[in-house]
Design a protein around this ligand. Structure first.
Ligand code: SF4
Length: 473
C-alpha cells in the first residue's frame, strides 16, 4: 500500500518536473539565477576575509544552541514576558493557527498585514484566517504577486521567482484593472500605494522571524523592502510565528548571522532593513505595537532534534542551496510539491510530512555537493539526502521494483564471480547496441538514461583485464 502511494507521488513529481522543463517562461526566469543570486553569493563570500571561519562559527553557534535548546527557550520566554510580551507554544501547525485565530478574535480584528514568512506557508495560515473571515494582505512584493495570482512561493527568498516581469504585470493588471507596464519601478509604485492603505487599515501585523535572541527576547526580522518594519510598527498588535530552531543565545551572536545570511541569500553585505522587536512599545518609545505575541512552533522540529537529521535545523533559510542546485535551476520550486523546495526542501519536507508522501524529493539531486559548498552554515546536505533515502528503505517506502534491483546489486557487489559475470555480460550487450562509440537508445526501464543524451560505449578492454595484463597476475 505504502509503495503504491510512493510510486504515485514519484510520478507526480516527474510530471511536474517535465512540465517545468517545457515552460519557456519558467526556464527564462530560472536561467537568471546563475548570474544573479548564485553569483552574488560566491563573490560576496570571496570578498569577505576569513569567510570560511565565520561560517564555521555560525555553524558552531547553531550546534551549541540546539544542544541546550530547552534552556534557551526558557530564557527567551522569561526575557519576552519581562518586557510585557506574550509567548505561546504550538506543538503543530493546527495549534499555531488556533492560537493566532484566537488572538485575532479576542482583539476583535478583521484586517491583517503580513511580512514574508515561510513558516506561515508551512502551517497554511492565510487560508485558515481567510476561512475565519479575516482579510490577509501579503506585503512583500513577491508574496503580494503570488497572493494575487493564487499560487504558492517557489523559492525561500524570492517567492515569485518563477514569474517573469511580463507575467507579474499581467497578474496585477487583471486583478486590479490597471494598465501597468513590466518595468519594476512601475509595478513597485503601484504596490506601494495599494499596500500603504492596507498597512494604515490593519489591526494586526503578522511576521515570521529570522532569529530569536534568547538573552534579550528579541525577534529579528530581515527584509529589503521595509515592509517588515511597517508590519511591526503600524498595526496595534504584532504576532510573530517562529520555528524553535531559530533561537540564538546571545545578542553578540547576531552580527555573525547577519553577515552570512545577507551574503548567502542575495550577495549583499547587509540586508536593507533589520528590524529588532523586543516586546511591545515601552513608555517613551515613539512607535511599535501595543501588544506583541510570539508563537513558538515545533511542528516536528523537536523530533528532528533527537534524530540523525538534527543538522537540518541549522538552516537559516537563505535559499543559497536552491540558487546553485542544477536540479532546482531547471525545474523551479513548484515541482517539489511542498512548502520548501530545492536541496534543503528535499531534506526537511519528508521529515515534516513523511517519507511516503515525499518519496521523490531526496532523489531529486545528483549529490554534486554544490549546495553544501554554498550553504552559509555548511550543512552537509548530500549526506542528509542519502540518510533520507536510507530512511525510505527502512520504512519500505522505496518502490518494490527498485528495492529488488538494489538487493540484487548488493549481492553482486559482494561476489567477485557474479560481479565479473554481470559486468562482462552488460559490456557485451552494450557494445552490441553501440554505434560510432555511443549507445543511442537503451532498452526497457533504462530508456530514461538515453531519452535526452547518448551513453558512451564500454571500453574494449575492461579495467580488470587491463590490470591483469599489466601486473601479469
Ligand atoms: S540549507 Fe544552507 S544554503 Fe540552504 S537555505 Fe538553509 S542555510 Fe541556506
Amino acid at each position: 500500500m505504502t509503495s503504491r502511494f510512493a510510486t504515485h507521488e514519484h510520478h507526480e513529481f516527474l510530471e511536474a518536473a517535465h512540465e517545468a522543463l517545457g515552460s519557456p517562461n519558467l526556464q527564462l526566469a530560472l536561467s537568471r539565477l546563475g548570474e544573479t543570486l548564485a553569483a552574488g553569493n560566491r563573490s560576496a563570500f570571496e570578498r569577505l576575509p576569513g569567510s570560511s571561519l565565520l561560517r564555521d562559527r555560525a555553524r558552531a553557534i547553531k550546534d551549541e544552541t540546539l544542544a541546550h535548546l530547552d534552556e534557551h527557550i526558557e530564557q527567551l520566554e522569561r526575557a519576552v514576558t519581562a518586557r510585557g510580551g506574550h509567548v505561546h507554544f504550538a506543538s503543530d501547525g493546527a495549534d499555531a493557527v488556533a492560537i493566532v485565530r484566537e488572538i485575532i478574535r479576542q482583539a476583535g480584528a478583521s484586517r491583517v498585514v503580513k511580512s514574508k514568512s515561510m513558516v506561515t506557508e508551512e502551517i497554511h495560515l492565510n487560508q485558515a484566517l481567510e476561512e475565519a473571515g479575516v482579510e490577509v494582505t501579503e506585503t512583500d512584493f513577491g508574496e503580494f504577486i503570488i497572493q494575487v495570482a493564487g499560487e504558492r512561493p517557489s523559492h525561500i527568498v524570492g517567492p515569485a521567482l518563477h514569474k517573469t516581469a511580463e507575467e507579474m504585470a499581467v497578474c496585477l493588471n487583471e486583478r486590479f484593472n490597471e494598465n501597468l507596464t513590466k518595468e519594476p519601478h512601475v509595478m513597485a509604485q503601484f504596490a506601494r500605494g495599494h499596500l500603504r492603505r492596507k498597512f494604515a487599515a490593519a489591526d494586526v501585523g503578522i511576521t515570521g522571524g529570522n532569529f530569536l535572541v534568547a538573552e534579550t527576547g528579541t525577534v529579528v526580522i530581515i527584509s529589503n523592502e521595509g515592509n517588515a518594519r511597517l508590519t511591526t510598527s503600524v498595526p496595534r498588535i504584532m504576532i510573530s510565528i517562529v520555528g524553535i530552531e531559530k533561537l540564538i543565545p546571545r545578542f553578540a551572536d547576531l552580527p555573525i548571522f547577519l553577515k552570512v545570511l545577507a551574503r548567502a541569500a542575495t550577495g549583499q553585505k547587509m540586508s536593507i532593513y533589520t528590524s529588532l522587536v523586543t516586546g511591545p512599545r515601552q513608555p517613551g518609545e515613539a512607535d511599535g505595537p501595543e501588544e506583541t505575541h510570539l508563537v513558538l512552533l515545533d511542528n516536528g522540529r523537536s523530533r528532528i532534534l533527537g534524530s540523525p537529521m538534527r543538522e537540518s535545523l541549522f538552516c537559516i533559510r537563505c535559499g543559497a542551496c536552491l540558487n546553485i542546485c542544477p536540479v532546482y535551476r531547471k525545474i523551479g520550486g513548484h515541482a517539489y510539491g511542498g512548502t520548501y523546495s530545492g536541496p534543503i526542501g528535499a531534506v526537511i519536507t519528508p521529515l515534516f510530512d513523511g517519507h511516503a508522501q515525499n518519496h521523490h524529493q531526496p532523489h531529486a539531486s545528483s549529490l554534486c555537493g554544490a549546495c553544501q559548498a554554498a550553504c552559509p552554515v555548511k550543512i552537509q546536505i548530500p549526506e542528509l539526502l542519502v540518510r533520507n533515502r536510507a530512511a525510505q528503505h527502512d520504512e519500505h517506502v522505496t518502490p518494490r521494483g527498485e528495492e529488488f534491483i538494489y538487493r540484487i546489486w548488493n549481492r553482486v557487489l559482494q561476489s567477485p564471480f557474479w560481479y565479473r559475470v554481470l559486468t562482462r555480460t552488460t559490456s557485451r550487450l552494450m557494445s552490441w547496441l553501440a554505434k560510432d562509440g555511443w549507445v543511442k537508445r537503451l532498452p526497457g526501464p533504462l530508456a530514461g538514461w538515453t531519452s535526452c543524451r547518448d551513453f558512451p560505449a564500454p571500453a574494449k578492454k575492461s579495467f580488470r583485464d587491463q590490470w591483469r595484463e599489466e601486473s601479469g597476475r
